[in-house]
Design a protein around this ligand. Structure first.
Ligand SMILES: Nc1nc2c(ncn2[C@@H]2O[C@H](COP(=O)(O)OP(=O)(O)OP(=O)(O)O)[C@@H](O)[C@H]2O)c(=O)[nH]1
Length: 309
């Protein structure tokens, strides 16, 4: 897939708050010629304060302790090690959403709490698939609020893709059923379904998703193919608790982390990768359609560490 011009700028620009915070936290720590235990402790604390999570911070500390730093200790040398550790953590989980379902369509359910960036992410995903020449359809399965349905319709119109929707308070499962039928009949490759994000009521959410699964299963036993959880990076550690809960309640198959541009807490992406062995499909670094891409672990690690080569 061709890379959108400027993606690297968006990525590095988007993650600049995170990399600046990391830099600030490290400033002054790396002035000594030797890394003693106290300095290592301070660096580990700085990494935890940068939201990378205790496990990542400990593994970077271990790496630093094992280095000899023959050319003297510089902040850049430390950042290089942080970068390669982050890349090694992101590598196994970075996994683009592939459209390979047969029979078509591939059904992607998108879940996430209100305000997480779910609707915008659906539009960005649709844009990404359209760029790859796939036929895309949207389904407004989050019938809880009229505004959510309206928002998705506006995106569908802007993108020029069909959308199946129903009234506010309507039955999500029947909307999804209609959407799959129509998508199948019209040769759509990928159906992206907006679903409810009511974490407040787990039983209700679980029932609703179970019902969608049952109804889908009648048309295509393999559907839904993907259940993608959208997370707002600005919520920091709270994003991690959401993964914990949604993983159980909604059988999430992969993650998308958005709003990495709006926060100095982008390290939470790394914490999520380390803590949960779950595919991370893409990241969002802004509000426009081009601001969401599958990511290159090396590049994201460099952007978080603040090293642009
Ligand atoms: N800065 C930034 N803003 C984003 C990103 N993704 C989404 N947003 C913004 O976040 C706000 C909420 O996004 P929505 O897509 O409406 O979120 P939602 O989860 O569907 O929320 P509800 O409609 O409230 O349920 C909007 O103003 C988006 O433009 C991102 O990657 N970066």
């Amino acid at each position: 897939m061709s890379e959108t011009p400027g993606w690297k700028d968006r990525l590095f620009g988007g993650l600049s708050k995170t990399s600046s915070r990391l830099s600030e936290n490290l400033t002054g720590l790396v002035t000594k010629a030797k890394l003693d235990e106290a300095t290592l402790d301070d660096i580990e604390d700085a990494l935890i304060m940068s939201d990378l999570g205790p496990a990542t911070a400990a593994s970077i500390r271990e790496k630093l302790a094992g280095e000899r730093f023959e050319k003297g200790l510089t902040e850049d040398a430390v950042k290089q090690i942080i970068k390669s550790e982050i890349a090694a953590i992101l590598e196994p989980v970075a996994s683009a959403l592939e459209i390979d379902a047969f029979p078509r369509p591939q059904v992607i359910l998108v879940i996430g709490v209100n305000g997480s960036g779910k609707t915008t992410t659906i539009a960005k995903l649709a844009h990404l698939f359209l760029e790859q020449d796939y036929g895309v359809m949207l389904a407004a399965g989050d019938t809880f609020r009229a505004a959510a349905i309206g928002q998705l319709k506006i995106w569908a119109e802007r993108l020029g893709v069909p959308i199946i929707s129903g009234p506010e308070g309507g039955d999500s499962a029947s909307i999804v059923y209609d959407a799959v039928k129509q998508a199948t009949a019209t040769g759509i490759d990928v159906l992206i379904v907006d679903t409810a994000g009511r974490l407040q009521n787990r039983a209700e959410l679980m029932d609703e998703l179970d019902k969608i699964r049952r109804v889908l299963g009648r048309l295509n036993p393999a559907a839904p193919h993907d259940i993608v959880l959208v997370l707002d990076a600005t919520t920091g550690q709270n994003a991690l608790s959401q993964i914990e809960v949604f993983k159980e309640v909604a059988k999430v198959t992969g993650l998308i982390m958005t709003k990495l541009d709006g926060t100095a807490r982008g390290g939470v992406l790394v914490a999520a990768a380390k803590q949960f062995d779950m595919p991370i499909h893409a990241i969002g670094v802004g509000e426009t359609l081009d601001d969401l891409r599958p990511f290159d672990p090396e590049e994201v690690a460099a952007a978080i560490a603040g090293i642009r080569e």
